[in-house]
Design a protein around this ligand. Structure first.
Ligand code: NAD
Ligand code: MG
Length: 299
């Protein structure tokens, strides 16, 4: 095989190693910098082909994990990118900003808490003013804290999970509308948990079902204006979310191994789905949820 063929023809079972992460925990929201083993966000591998040339994108939760992989990919496809994250994640965010700049694109960093309604609209205004417009929104930030028993789920957690995962998506999309011209796109991150809820993720999983529903409803509302709304539903992906109380620590060594591919996914494996749904080549794809989950059946 030539070098070129090796890049384009790969066995998905072995493309990335089947990891068995050691038990570990970080305080929420966790840092990619401290993840063991490190996650692959496509730093060395993602190659752009100009599919988002000139686009202006806002990606929430893009300091780490899936959002970071999407930010790296978008910049290499030619987009200027604003990233949002929590102040505690500044270190991760600056690394992603450097990678965006390394692709020759503009990087805007906007820390803040999406549980605050006013930050959601401030974020959009700041992104649009710094980028000189906004035509691609990726609602990706998410909060996942496992609780084994419903009676231990506090009102504070319940409210916070709903604020960050679903209410912020409504608020950010609403604030973005005045900026979105025909051809603009919104991609929301949902989860396989929307259809296969884990018993210890009741609050999280139910927000993901709501995101699927919101995506399909909003997609119909905005389609006549030439604005497309879609979603990506990841399966088990190796990110800081999982080690900052997203799963019981004893579940980490076998994380993702029960998928048909037999391994967890890496964040960079999600990036092409977001690029596809944001680029004009998916012009007739509206209200779709693209599952990227290693083969688990979905409705
Ligand atoms: P991650 O921890 O790298 O990213 C989540 C990001 O959400 C954080 O980096 C943080 O910046 C942001 N966030 C959380 N609370 C916030 C708040 N209050 N204010 C502002 N930002 C906040 O983990 P990830 O796995 O890449 O998660 C990205 C998305 O993917 C989430 O929506 C998650 O639910 C979804 N998802 C992940 C998996 C998985 O297995 N990792 C599976 C399905 C869906
Ligand atoms: Mg993070």
């Amino acid at each position: 095989m030539t070098d070129e063929t090796q890049l384009t023809f790969q066995n998905p079972v072995t493309r990335y190693p089947s990891i068995s992460p050691p038990e570990q925990s970080q305080q929420e929201p966790g840092l990619d910098l401290q993840l063991d083993p490190p996650a692959d966000r496509g730093e060395q591998s993602y190659r752009g082909t100009g599919r988002l040339e000139g686009r202006k994108a806002l990606i929430t939760g893009a300091d780490s994990g899936i959002g970071a992989a999407v930010a790296i990919a978008f910049s290499r496809e030619g987009a200027d990118v604003a990233i949002s994250y929590l102040p505690a994640e500044e270190e991760d965010a600056l690394r992603v900003a450097e990678l965006i700049k390394g692709a020759g694109r503009r990087a805007v960093t906007i820390p803040g808490d999406l549980a605050e309604a006013t930050f959601c609209s401030d974020l959009v205004e700041k992104a649009a003013s710094e980028l000189g417009g906004l035509d691609a929104l990726v609602n990706n930030a998410g909060k996942q804290i496992f609780v084994e028993h419903l009676e231990d789920l506090t009102d504070d957690q319940l409210t916070a999970t709903y604020e960050v995962n679903i209410l912020a998506q409504f608020r950010i999309a609403r604030a973005a509308l005045p900026h979105l011209v025909p051809g603009s796109t919104i991609v929301n991150t949902t989860s396989i948990q929307a259809y296969q809820p884990s018993s210890h993720l009741l609050d999280y999983a139910s927000t993901k079902a709501a995101i699927n529903n919101f995506t399909k409803g909003l997609a119909q509302q905005l389609a006549p204006q030439g604005i497309r709304v879609n979603a990506v539903a990841p399966g088990p992906i190796w990110t800081p979310l999982q080690v900052s109380a997203g799963q019981p620590t004893e579940a980490l060594p076998s994380f993702g191994q029960n998928t048909p591919l037999g391994r967890a996914g890496q964040p960079t494996e999600l990036a092409p789905a977001y690029v596809f749904l944001t680029s004009a080549e998916s012009s007739y794809v509206v209200g779709e949820t693209l599952n990227v989950n290693g083969g688990s059946p979905t409705p």
